[in-house]
Design a protein around this ligand. Structure first.
Ligand code: 4AD
Length: 466
């Protein structure tokens, strides 16, 4: 086969070399009939290509053909790398390609619903352009999502989904190195796994069933099956009618479950090291992606400590109280009080990533282990980035009779989860774990304002296509 060069790898070392590249036509500009400038884009990287009429090398017909191409068409260009005297504005690569041959591989329709250049601008760039009297269409979220294959092509989106992949990758690598086993649990289940009404019901060959709200029950059963430490990366379904910036009806869950020897802090220790390693890795290995995101959506890097701060729920309530905000000490925090506490924690401890533990039992799911010393509280925790929840977890009840009592007390039909409860009748070790929302981690690490930005094809109460 022929040798291809990636647009992102074009640099001055290739000066005067002939290269073969493939990409999309981002913009086309003709100067008279003799010169055409094309900006070619591949995976979010861009390079300027110049076709100039020259005897024996480039015909007038070819330049005409170049100017007739529609934006976003896929083309192959064979050409020579040159280094312009004045740096090219607006492209990621600083070299230019002197076009020798040009082939169109796939034509895009002439009127695109989204202009990629406009879709890639930051809010401040848009403001500036509008003030300068430029004709410009602000691309709204629904349009972006309706034409996601186009929207995905912006450098920021290329960065976001590469970061998402890296988060998953670190999660897996870290846990494998700590002796965890990756598992897959069923997504078609008989009864709801988290309780509540937010469950998609379906007919399973005549039996009532639902889509799993989490791998909770089965990951615990894998612990009953002696795997010791397990993790799962998989889809999670929630039917909740939440029209917010942080709720989806389908998201990717990163789940962990492990035996506990003495204390649920063993789970927090794993969580702590996992996330510090993850943030370090993202900052180190994903600089290009982070820059691409920052260019469109400016943000400050996440502030986190080498050892993650742990506060008890009671300490959190106290901090809020001192700031003049009264919350129910046996209730839950809401979005607003969580945010406020996040600010207070940042001011006092200098971190935007922290663990809040020992939650009131009443606000946690039925399978949560109460505190041994105070039944009003539980061995449970939530974890926050920039004042918003990304993780919840706990030690679980491993005594079947107690588990059944708690399920009933929480209004769950015990019959629908009898095989789960029975799993604990054959001997079960103390255990605990947590669930992470992948889209939320990426959203909050990059301080993005909407979870739909970090889901490739988001599912919310109003959207099931594309
Ligand atoms: O807090 P949740 O519901 O907890 C569980 O599912 C437990 N089984 C976890 C455990 O192991 N005890 O969900 C866990 C995480 C949340 O912290 C949040 O990051 C994310 O999943 N999440 C959502 N993400 C997007 N859209 C939604 N509707 C979400 N609901 C939860």
């Amino acid at each position: 086969g022929r040798k291809w060069t990636e647009v992102g790898l074009l640099n001055e070392e290739l000066k005067d070399k002939e290269v073969l590249i493939r990409g999309r036509v981002q913009t086309i500009r003709a100067v008279g009939k003799k010169i055409a400038f094309l900006v070619l884009r591949e995976k979010g990287c861009t390079v300027q290509c110049v076709a100039t009429v020259a005897p024996e090398l480039v015909s007038g017909q070819m330049v005409k053909f170049a100017t007739s191409l529609s934006r976003e068409s896929h083309v192959d260009i064979q050409g020579v790398v040159s280094v312009p005297n004045v740096p090219v504005k607006g492209t990621s690569q600083q070299v230019e390609i002197q076009v020798r041959k040009l082939f169109c591989i796939s034509k895009a329709v002439p009127n695109l619903p989204i202009n990629i250049e406009d879709a890639a601008r930051s809010e401040s760039e848009i403001e500036k352009a509008l003030q300068a009297g430029e004709q410009l269409v602000r691309v709204n979220q629904d349009t972006r999502l309706n034409y996601r294959v186009l929207d995905m092509r912006t450098p920021a989106n290329q960065g976001i989904f590469r970061i998402q992949c890296q988060v998953e990758n670190i999660f897996r690598q870290f846990l494998l190195s700590e002796g965890f086993v990756g598992i897959h649990t069923p997504k078609l289940i008989a009864g709801s796994s988290e309780g509540g009404s937010a469950v998609f019901k379906l007919d399973y060959k005549g039996q009532p069933a639902c889509l799993a709200q989490s791998p909770q029950l089965h990951k615990q059963m894998a612990i009953c099956g002696d795997f010791g430490r397990v993790f799962e990366i998989g889809p999670v379904f929630r039917a909740e009618d939440s029209y917010t910036h942080r709720h989806l009806c389908e998201f990717t869950g990163l789940d962990v479950e492990m035996e506990i020897k003495e204390h649920y802090f063993e789970v927090l220790d794993i969580l702590d090291r996992l996330f510090v390693a993850m943030f370090d890795n993202l900052n180190e290995k994903c600089q290009k992606e982070l820059e691409a995101i920052q260019k469109q959506y400016p943000f400050e890097p996440l502030k986190y400590l080498r050892k993650t701060l742990r506060l008890t729920f009671q300490e959190g309530v106290q901090m809020l109280k001192e700031a003049g905000i009264e919350v129910d000490p046996l209730g839950d925090l809401n979005t607003e009080t969580e945010r406020k506490l996040g600010q207070l924690v940042l001011e006092k401890y200098g971190t935007e990533f922290y663990i809040l533990h020992r939650y009131p039992l009443a606000v946690r799911p039925f399978y949560t282990m109460p505190c041994y010393d105070d039944l009003a509280y539980s061995n449970s925790f939530d974890v926050f980035i920039r004042g918003e929840e990304i993780i919840s977890g706990a030690q679980r009840i491993h005594v079947p009779e107690f588990l059944a009592t708690r399920a009933e007390a929480c209004g769950i039909d015990v019959k629908t989860i009898s095989t789960y409860i029975d799993s604990f009748r054959y001997g079960a070790p103390p255990h605990g774990g947590f669930g992470v929302g992948l889209e939320r981690v990426v959203m909050l690490f990059c301080a993005l304002n909407n979870i739909r930005k970090t889901s490739l094809f988001p599912r919310d109460p109003l959207r099931i296509a594309p």
